[in-house]
Design a protein around this ligand. Structure first.
Ligand code: SF4
Ligand code: SF4
Length: 90
């Protein structure tokens, strides 16, 4: 069976740039944008080259529910759960 793959989406509208996801992701998938947005916030960005294990720490620690974890079904995939996204927001 294939390992599951995950995609992380940060909702820039809600992100306040606190950096908790940067600190807590064990994979180092997050960083803060070099430049602030029009509100003066350096929002969190994800590195697509860093593998996400789906541990959910980022979504749990984010105080603004700005992190969404999408589980991807591999092409030609296994007979796992149906395709779609899992929203870690509460
Ligand atoms: S789910 Fe885990 S590994 Fe994936 S980005 Fe969040 S903290 Fe990092
Ligand atoms: S923890 Fe949430 S609010 Fe803080 S930088 Fe990360 S995505 Fe943005």
């Amino acid at each position: 069976m294939s390992e599951r793959e995950y995609e992380i989406v940060v909702d820039a509208v809600y992100c306040k740039g606190c950096g908790l996801c940067v600190e807590f992701c064990p994979q180092g998938k997050f960083s803060l944008a070099e430049e602030p947005n029009k509100h003066g916030v350096r929002v969190a960005v994800v590195d697509p080259d860093v593998r996400c294990t789906g541990c959910r720490q980022c979504a749990m620690i984010c105080p603004d529910a700005a992190v969404r974890i999408c589980r991807l079904v591999p092409a030609g995939g296994d007979a796992g759960p149906p395709a779609g996204s899992e929203t870690a927001k509460t």
